[in-house]
Structure formats: structure tokens, C-alpha cells
Write a protein that binds this ligand. Structure first.
Ligand SMILES: Cc1cc2nc3c(=O)[nH]c(=O)nc-3n(C[C@H](O)[C@H](O)[C@H](O)COP(=O)(O)O)c2cc1C
Length: 656
């Protein structure tokens, strides 16, 4: 079907003239946030015929978004929000020009985000206060009108900030205050009338400190309707536009519409009193709620969130070898799911322990984000075998999450198997990366000079030659490959072909290589050497390598090292670095060293293993005892979209 702009938006004509419709067509609107309000804003303005957008969101859709977010469907769970909404808007107007800022907005890209924009429309999460200030302040500097419509209960409060009039900062007076106070000022400034407060049915669902609150789809739709009207009036210079310190608040539940006016914004004495009262109520309520949450056994939402963070941890070939037992709302246990933990490389469960450590680290990050503290204890059987880790969560009344808050980086962490720029990273970046810390039991070492990288590349290549020519490893690998999105979504473990970084032909190449008898024939013409060259190339196409070494070979220490490995990985994300584990050489060497049956490796494998052993011995920081627990390649590159698929949280939870 062919698309015709004039016909598609002909029913707007009457409320706008043909000339005005053309103005809208040529306008550019920036919308940060593609969640509840941002998504609805984009679709409403697309239907109004606005022709150009800059949109941003770093998040992906999850089931908890279904009640209100325009792009949240069964088919879009785990999909990036900005890309999904761009697709939906283009389904309304295929001629749209949409520039996507898929990593969200920060200092580095805000100028680009606002470049050439006629108006900014705020769709950021209520709690994203620093990003919001950044964008509004840049709008003030660039003289771009900015509109914010907040979903409150079953209504919306709207404020416009116009060039030359009162600014966002003048109105909200946030400068110099901590995050908690900034959020408080935002709330009270947005909603001086507080119309929604009277009908909140369950107070315990609001937790300002834990960044939690209920929402309705009606509020998002009302926001989009009111905000799009503001956009239309500002872009077309029509009708009376009210602007800060004046605002409007419409509440559909209370049948109320209030025009608010607070000269001086939050400096106004009425606002000062309102902020004082709100602060008291919020601090009082959050104390009460947190205590209640941790003692009421039927309230499992919080522990669910903690487990959901845990299962975002990495695991070898995405095998997800974990089980959780929820004891009560502040206690759970993690143990190994043996049916998922079988791997050639998982020597004495070391890879599984690393993965369990990573789960604990993720939970720790989430707990801190939700203002709780996590303690863990490893329980071993009398034989010294790991049995389980017990996790205890305690509410910790920080005023706001301690900084830096790694929560978003933890959620976005993933493997990037593409080539990176082989550029040098500044020493300060390396230092910052490994700041997360060596401990008594493990040591983090950076390898960034040419000679070191060259040596490691040799070991990596030898390991890969073994990997491609070993029947057991071959079977295991191809068992884990998911050749289509559909297969990946059905099985929800293993490696999605598109995430292997092998380019568009990967599916066919991997299918071709999946037959072991074919691989045996290819072995005769040294195909494994050629295939191994790919991993060697990737190791070279990086800024450097990072090794994590462990001194003591016990479950506790491997788990502790797993925590450190995950901290390093999340920190890399936080610093905008890409990362891929390349531990195969180290794990093969350990397997060889600890296996009583040396026949698992052929003679030609043994030759490669001698090369690996020599190199690892050379790098070993502690000649007597250190084992290489992980090797990463690190660099700047094009980030991966989303993360690898996981089973749903419920699948991991077992009952007593
Ligand atoms: C102990 C361990 C070893 C791993 N080894 C490799 C590896 O050799 N190559 C690789 O690309 N990824 C490796 N990974 C990463 C996993 O494949 C990855 O975590 C998993 O597929 C889930 O993907 P995500 O981390 O992107 O969510 C390893 C992860 C762990 C925990």
C-alpha cells in the first residue's frame, strides 16, 4: 500500500489549516524516554503529523511495563524501547525521520540530541532527575521550548518552559541539593495542587526512596493528550500558552482541573512549606513501608526484583546453572542447578562458581539500588563441596542509593563479541576499570603492551585450535547454538547466533561446521587453525586484556572471584567500554593439569597445551599458586543491543 502524507493526516485539517499541517510536518521534536508517557507522546505527535523526531531510551521492555507503556506487548518483551517505538511510529508515518539515541541521554550526546530541534518533550522516568536537569538546562541554553507532563494518579500536571521565561532550574531550585531532595522538589514543583493524593488506595505501593510508585495507563494517555496540545500551540504559535511559574493539573478521577501559579517556583513560601511537609511524610512513610515489606511474608515483589537482577549474571555458554529457594522476604538460597551446569570447561565447577559469584554481585547492586544491604554466606558440605549460598537482605536507610549506583550498568552488561577499536585507552581509564578491586584472594592484571598482547594471542589461538578440533567441545558448543530468534526465545538458554559477532553469514557457516564428521575432514586441511585466527584477530582488535588470577582453589574463593569478575564487567559498562571473556586457554590448561585421564587430549592437542602452559606460567603473578580465573579483552566499540535471553525468574525458583 502506498502512503500519502496529505491523506493520512487529512482529518487533522479543520482543527489545523493545511499550512499549519505543513509546519508540523517540517518540525522536529525531541523526546527523551520511550516508556509510559514518552511512548504515548511519540505516537500522538506522529498521528498529529509531526515529521521529525529525536528519541532516546536505553531500556528494554519488561512485563511490569504492560499496564501503561505504549510499546509494551508480549512480542516486545526484552526488546529495546526506543527501537520498538520508532518502528510503531513509522507504521503510522513511514516518511518519518527518527534519530534514535539508544543509550539514553548523557553529557556526551545531549547537544546532538537537541541539535536542530524545535521543541523538547519530556518522557523521562520520574526518578531520572539528573538526566532531566541536564536536558532542561541545555534547552534553556539553546532557547528550545520544553514541555513536561507528569502522570499523577489518573491525571496529569503540565509545565511549559519557554525561551526567555522562567527556567526549569529557576522554577525547581535543585542546584546544590542531593538526589533525594531534587526528586522531592521536582514532585512538589510539578504538582502544587497534589490532586492525586486523596484517592491513593494503597499507600504501601509508593516508595519514593526505593524509586517505586504505582501508575495508570489513563494518566499516560492524558499526559500525551495535554502535552501534544501544548506542542501544537507552541509550534504553530496559536492560542494562549501558559508557562512556568504557571502550570495546569487535570485530574480525571476527582473531576478537577486546576491552574497553578507559584511565582518564584520552589522559592515561593507556599512551596517551601509544601516541600517541608512532603519531606516529613515521605521519610516517615518509607521507614514504615520498608519495615513492613521486610516482615510481611506475602509481599514477595522485592525479593523477585533481587532474583531478577541475579539472573542477569553471565554464565558459560549462557547455561544459567542456578536455582533459588526463597526462604522469606529477606532471605534466599542459591544453589547449582546440576542439569544446566555440565560443561567440558567447568573444571571442578570453577566456571559455575564464577557465575554464582556474579549472581551475588548483581543482587548486591540491586539491593543497594533499592536501599538494602546484602550479606552472603557460603555453606559447604563436610566434604568441602559447595552446597549453597545463603543471602540475607536488610533494609538500610540511606537517604538515596549510594553513588555510584551501578544498577543500570548491571542491567545493560553483556558480552560484546565484535571487534573493538584497537586504540589505546588512557591509563586513568584502566585504573578506574580495575578499581573495583583485587582482594586478598584474587588479583587483577592489565596487559596492554604489544608484547604482552602478542603472547596472550598465541595462547588464545592455541586454545581455539583445540576448541575446534575436540569432539566433546564441538558437540557441546553446537548443542548450545540457537540458529534463530524463535529457537532462542523457545529454549531461553544457550547462544543466539546473532550475538556471536560473526556477521550475517554466521548462521550458514555454523550450520556447515556443526557436523563433527565434516569438521574431522576439515581438520586434515588445518581448518581449526584458520578458524582460531578469528579469535586471535578479536584479541588483537582490542585496547588490551585484563586477567583475574586466584590464589586459592576453593569454592568460596571462586565465588568471591566471580563477584570481582562481575564488578569488573559492570564497571566496564559503566565506563562505556566493551568486554568479552576469553578464558578458554586458562580453562583448558587447568583441565589438563587436573585431569587424571590425559587421553581426553590428543597428541596434537598436547602440543598446543604445552604452548599455553608456558605462556600462562610466564604471566602467573604468583608462581606457586595463582590460577587464571578469567581473561577479558577490553576496548571501545559498537555496543550490543539488549542482552542474551534468560529463562523467566519463576523457572529458577524452587520451593521447600
Ligand atoms: C565462566 C564464564 C566463561 C565464559 N566464557 C566465554 C567465552 O569464552 N567466550 C565468550 O564469548 N563468552 C564467554 N562467557 C560469556 C557467556 O557466554 C555469557 O555470559 C552468556 O552467553 C550470557 O550472555 P550475556 O553475558 O551477554 O548476558 C563466559 C561467561 C562465564 C561466566
Amino acid at each position: 500500500m502506498s502512503f500519502d502524507y496529505e491523506e493520512a493526516f487529512s482529518r487533522n485539517i479543520g482543527w489545523v489549516t493545511n499550512r499549519e499541517q505543513q509546519i508540523l510536518k517540517n518540525s522536529t521534536v525531541a523526546i527523551a524516554g520511550m516508556g509510559g508517557v514518552g511512548g504515548a507522546h511519540l505516537l500522538t505527535l506522529a498521528r498529529m503529523g509531526v515529521g521529525n523526531f529525536h528519541i532516546s531510551d536505553f531500556d528494554i521492555f519488561e512485563v511490569a511495563n504492560f499496564n501503561r507503556q505504549a510499546g509494551a506487548f508480549i512480542s516486545t518483551v526484552n526488546k529495546p524501547k526506543s527501537e520498538t517505538l520508532a518502528k510503531m511510529a513509522k507504521d503510522i508515518n513511514p516518511e518519518l525521520n527518527i534519530t534514535i539515541f539508544e543509550k539514553g541521554i548523557d553529557e556526551d550526546n545531549v547537544d546532538q540530541f537537541l541539535n536542530g530541534v524545535d521543541l523538547y518533550l519530556d518522557g523521562l522516568d520520574f526518578f531520572a532527575v539528573s538526566a532531566r536537569r541536564l536536558v532542561f538546562n541545555k534547552c534553556t541554553q539553546a532557547k528550545i521550548p520544553a514541555v513536561t507532563a507528569a502522570p499523577l494518579g489518573m491525571g496529569s500536571a503540565v509545565l511549559n518552559f519557554l525561551p526567555g521565561k522562567m527556567t526549569f532550574e529557576e522554577y525547581f531550585c535543585m542546584e546544590g541539593h542531593d538526589e533525594f531532595e531534587q526528586l522531592l522538589r521536582f514532585l512538589v514543583g510539578l504538582s502544587p495542587a497534589m490532586l492525586q493524593r486523596s484517592y491513593l488506595a494503597d499507600k504501601s505501593t509508593v516508595d519514593f526512596i526505593k524509586h517505586k510508585g504505582p501508575s495508570t495507563p489513563m494518566a499516560c494517555d492524558i499526559c500525551a493528550g495535554i502535552a501534544a496540545t501544548q506542542v501544537l500551540k507552541i509550534l504553530l504559535d496559536r492560542g494562549k500558552v501558559i508557562y512556568a511559574p504557571k502550570g495546569l493539573h487535570f485530574d480525571a478521577f476527582n473531576n478537577k482541573y486546576v491552574k497553578t501559579w507559584r511565582p518564584g517556583g520552589n522559592k515561593n513560601p507556599i512551596q517551601k512549606v509544601a516541600i517541608y511537609i512532603a519531606r516529613k511524610i515521605i521519610l516517615h512513610d518509607s521507614n514504615k513501608i520498608s519495615t513492613k515489606e521486610f516482615t510481611n511474608p506475602s509481599n514477595s515483589a522485592f525479593i523477585h526484583k533481587i532474583i531478577e537482577a541475579g539472573i542477569r549474571a553471565p554464565s558459560g555458554d549462557n547455561c544459567q546453572p542456578w536455582k533459588f529457594l526463597v526462604i522469606n522476604d529477606n532471605e534466599l538460597e542459591i544453589s547449582i542447578d546440576n542439569k544446566n551446569a555440565k560443561s567440558f570447561f567447568d573444571v571442578n565447577h570453577a566456571a559455575t562458581y564464577i557465575s554464582i559469584g556474579a549472581v551475588i554481585k548483581n543482587m548486591e547492586i540491586a539491593a543497594r539500588h533499592y536501599l538494602s544491604q546484602l550479606n552472603y554466606k557460603i555453606i559447604n558440605a563436610t566434604s568441602g563441596e559447595f552446597t549453597k549460598a545463603t543471602i540475607t537482605l536488610t533494609p538500610h536507610f540511606y537517604k538515596h542509593p549510594p553513588l555510584p549506583d551501578f544498577y543500570q550498568s548491571m542491567r545493560a552488561r553483556t558480552v560484546n563479541r565484535r571487534p573493538y577499536l584497537p586504540h589505546k585507552l588512557p591509563d586513568s581509564t584502566w585504573k578506574e576499570l580495575i578499581e573495583v578491586g583485587s582482594s586478598n584472594t584474587s588479583e587483577i592484571v592489565i596487559y596492554k603492551n604489544k608484547n604482552e598482547i602478542k603472547k596472550w594471542v598465541k595462547a588464545i589461538k592455541s586454545a581455539d585450535i583445540i576448541r575446534w578440533s575436540h569432539p566433546e567441545i564441538h558437540n557441546e558448543l553446537f548443542d548450545k547454538i540457537r540458529y534463530s530468534q524463535k529457537q532462542a526465545e523457545e529454549l531461553r538458554t544457550g547462544l543466539e547466533i546473532d550475538r556471536l559477532g560473526a556477521g550475517p553469514g554466521a548462521k550458514y557457516i555454523m550450520k556447515f561446521l556443526s557436523s563433527w564428521s565434516r569438521m574431522q575432514n576439515l581438520n586434515k586441511i588445518k581448518a581449526p587453525h584458520m578458524l582460531a585466527e578469528q579469535t586471535a584477530f578479536l584479541a588483537r582488535a582490542s585496547s588490551g586484556l585484563v586477567g583475574v588470577w586466584i590464589n586459592e582453589d576453593s569454592p568460596e574463593q571462586w565465588i568471591e572471584t566471580g563477584r570481582i569478575i562481575e564488578s569488573l564487567w559492570v564497571n566496564a559498562k559503566h565506563l562505556g567500554l566493551e568486554i568479552q571473556p576469553l578464558p578458554v586457554a586458562a580453562y583448558l590448561e587447568r583441565k589438563h593439569q587436573l585431569s587424571s585421564n590425559k587421553d581426553i587430549f590428543t597428541e596434537s592437542h598436547q602440543t598446543q597445551l604445552t604452548v599455553i602452559k608456558e605462556i600462562i606460567n610466564e604471566f602467573r603473578p604468583n608462581p606457586d599458586s595463582a590460577t587464571c580465573a578469567m581473561l577479558f579483552r577490553v576496548g571501545k566499540g559498537i555496543p550490543m543491543k539488549g542482552t542474551a535471553i534468560r529463562q523467566s525468574v519463576d523457572k529458577f525458583i524452587t520451593s521447600l
